[in-house]
Design a protein around this ligand. Structure first.
Ligand code: ATP
Ligand code: MG
Length: 378
C-alpha cells in the first residue's frame, strides 16, 4: 500500500526502494565512449507487454486480485547494442527478463525476436530459440550446481542440445573458459573452488556455450565485490565486441548501467517512464523519477558534486496490487498536478531518440508540455 502521505524520515527519505539506486559507489564510473551512429536492425521488440500474477483465495482458489508486475511496456533492442533496464526493487525488471526468456508466460502484449512472434510459442518450437537467448543470473553462488564440475556446468547446454561428442564438448568448453579469462586446466574443479568473480565468469561461460545472439543479464554484478564488478563488466563488453552479442542488462546500480549501456529504459511500478540514449538520459533526464534516481548516484568528483541537489522522494513505492491511477508516479512526484491523477501521460519522443511519459517533463525543449498534452488527447 502506498504510504505516500507519511512524512519522510532521514533514514527512509528518498531511498529509491530497497534496491537502493547506487547506494554504494561503484568501481565502474567511467562511461564507455559513445558508439558510432547505429542504423542497426532490431533484434528484439517488446510491445505492450504485461504480466499480471493472479492472487487467489479459498479452497477453490478463486482469483481475487492481481499483482500488476509488468503493465504494458514497449521497447526495442537493436543488434549489437546494450539496453540497460533500471528501476527500484519490485518495479518488474526480472519479470520482464523472464518473459523475454519465455520462462514466464506473458498476460498480454507481444515479444518479437528477429522478426518472429515468440510471445506464446510452444516449448517444442522454442527449442532452437533457447540457444539464441540466454540469461545471466544475479547470484553466482546459487546459480551454479555445487555438485557439478565447471566442465559439466559449461558443457551441459551442448549435451542438452545433443550437438557435440564428449571430446568435442571438452575442447569447446576449454575454449570458452579461456575466452572468459579462466584457466582451461580448471575444467574438473567445482564451483566452491572459485572466487565470486570467477564464479560469475563461469556463469557467463555457460551462457556463451551455444553462441547466443541475445543475453539477458539480471543484476550480473550486484552480488560481487565492488572491486571485481568492473572486471566482469569489462568482460561482458569485450565479449560483446568479439562475438557481436546483444545485451539487455538489468540493474539497480545506475553507474553500472551507465558504463555498459548504449540506451537505457527506466521502469517504475510496472511501466517504462523514460527511454533514451545513455548520454541524453544521464545528462538531461526528463522524467522526475529518473532525476530523483540520478540525484542519488554518488559523484566521486567533489567539484562536480557541489551544486548538485539530492531529490528526496516522499513515501514508499505503492503496491503493484493497486497502483495509483493515471501517472503511477504522481503520489511521490513534487511536480504532480490534477491531470497526473486522471490522465495517463503517453510516451512521447521529446528529443531525438529520447522518450518520456510525463505531463511536466524536466530539461525538455520549449513546447514539450503542449506536445505531451496533444498526444494525451489523441
Ligand atoms: N511469481 C510471482 N507471483 C506473484 N507476484 C510476483 C511473482 N514474481 C514477482 N512478483 C511480484 O511482481 C513485482 C515485480 O517483481 P520483479 O521480481 O520483476 O521486480 P524487480 O524489478 O526485478 O525487483 P528487484 O530489483 O528486487 O529484483 C513484485 O511486486 C513482485 O513481488
Ligand atoms: Mg529482479
Amino acid at each position: 500500500m502506498s504510504t505516500s502521505e507519511s512524512p519522510a524520515t532521514e533514514s527512509d527519505a528518498n531511498r529509491p526502494g530497497d534496491g537502493g539506486a547506487a547506494t554504494a559507489p561503484s568501481a565502474v564510473s567511467v562511461a564507455k565512449e559513445p558508439q558510432p551512429e547505429k542504423s542497426r536492425e532490431t533484434l528484439l521488440e517488446v510491445t505492450d507487454l504485461q504480466k499480471h500474477f493472479p492472487v487467489t483465495a479459498g479452497v477453490l482458489r478463486r482469483q481475487i486480485a492481481a499483482v500488476k508486475a509488468v503493465d504494458g511496456i514497449s521497447f526495442s533492442v537493436r543488434k549489437g547494442e546494450t539496453l540497460g533496464l533500471v528501476g527500484e526493487s519490485g518495479c518488474g525488471k526480472t519479470t520482464t527478463g523472464r518473459m523475454i526468456m519465455r520462462l514466464l508466460e506473458p498476460s498480454a502484449g507481444k515479444i518479437t525476436f528477429e522478426g518472429q512472434d515468440i510471445t506464446h510459442m510452444k516449448q517444442r518450437t522454442l527449442r532452437p530459440l533457447r540457444r539464441d537467448i540466454q540469461m545471466i543470473f544475479q547470484d553466482p553462488y546459487s546459480s551454479l550446481n555445487p555438485r557439478h564440475t565447471v566442465g559439466a556446468i559449461v558443457g551441459a547446454p551442448f549435451k542438452l542440445q545433443k550437438i557435440a561428442t564428449e571430446n568435442g564438448v571438452k575442447k569447446a568448453v576449454q575454449e570458452i573458459l579461456e575466452l572468459v579469462g579462466l584457466n582451461p586446466e580448471h575444467y574438473n574443479r567445482y564451483p566452491h573452488e572459485f572466487s565470486g568473480g570467477q564464479r560469475q565468469r563461469i556463469g557467463v561461460a555457460r551462457t556463451l556455450a551455444l553462441r547466443p545472439k541475445l543475453i539477458v543479464a539480471d543484476e550480473p554484478v550486484s552480488a560481487l565485490d565492488v572491486s571485481i564488478q568492473a572486471q566482469v563488466v569489462n568482460l561482458l563488453e569485450d565479449l560483446q565486441d568479439e562475438l557481436g552479442l546483444t545485451y539487455v542488462v538489468i540493474a539497480h546500480d545506475l553507474s553500472v548501467v551507465r558504463h555498459i549501456s548504449d540506451r537505457v529504459a527506466v521502469m517504475y511500478l510496472g511501466k517504462i517512464v523514460e527511454v533514451a540514449d545513455r548520454t541524453s538520459l544521464y545528462e538531461s533526464p526528463m522524467h522526475p523519477y529518473t532525476n530523483a534516481l540520478l540525484s542519488a548516484v554518488p559523484i566521486p568528483d567533489p567539484e562536480k558534486r557541489k551544486g548538485r541537489e539530492r531529490i528526496r522522494l516522499q513515501g514508499d513505492v505503492p503496491s503493484p496490487l493497486n497502483p495509483p491511477p493515471a501517472c503511477r508516479f504522481h503520489t511521490r512526484c513534487w511536480k504532480a498536478q490534477e491531470i497526473c491523477k486522471t490522465v495517463e501521460p503517453p510516451m512521447v519522443e521529446l528529443r531525438p531518440g529520447h522518450e518520456t511519459a510525463c505531463h511536466f517533463p524536466e530539461n525538455a525543449p520549449a513546447g514539450a508540455a503542449e506536445t505531451v498534452a496533444k498526444s494525451a488527447a489523441l
